[in-house]
Design a protein around this ligand. Structure first.
Ligand SMILES: [Zn+2]
Ligand SMILES: [Zn+2]
Length: 109
């Protein structure tokens, strides 16, 4: 079934319906906030559904965590772009600097 066997602790509550997630029910835990959910209470992607039950160390994030992770990723890629830009500018200025140095050397000779 859809359950990660033996991983549900006694008294774990589904964060959506606030009812207990018992061992007989299909439950899933968010890897980030470690909250439990009924698999029926959350939308689980087809891919996740396929590997669910087969894998014990499944990476699954609840919706708020998933949204947060996505935002973080967007921020990160923006930051990465900026770093690339800075690196490029640095490279250009290095080249310019080398050119200037050559000019200075020529003038000295
Ligand atoms: Zn529930
Ligand atoms: Zn979460």
């Amino acid at each position: 079934m859809l359950q990660r066997k033996g991983s549900v602790k006694e008294g774990e509550k589904c964060d959506v319906c606030e009812k207990n997630v018992s061992e007989r029910e299909a439950g899933i835990q968010c890897e980030l906030c470690e909250k439990w959910f009924h698999t029926g209470c959350v939308t689980i992607s087809e891919d996740t559904n396929k590997v669910l039950g087969k894998m014990t160390n499944l990476h699954w994030f609840c919706e708020p965590c998933n949204n947060g992770a996505r935002k973080l990723l967007v921020n990160f890629s923006r930051l990465n772009e900026r770093i690339c830009q800075v690196e490029l500018e640095l490279k250009i200025s290095k080249v310019e600097c080398a050119k200037l140095n050559k000019k200075v050397e020529k003038m000295r000779n």
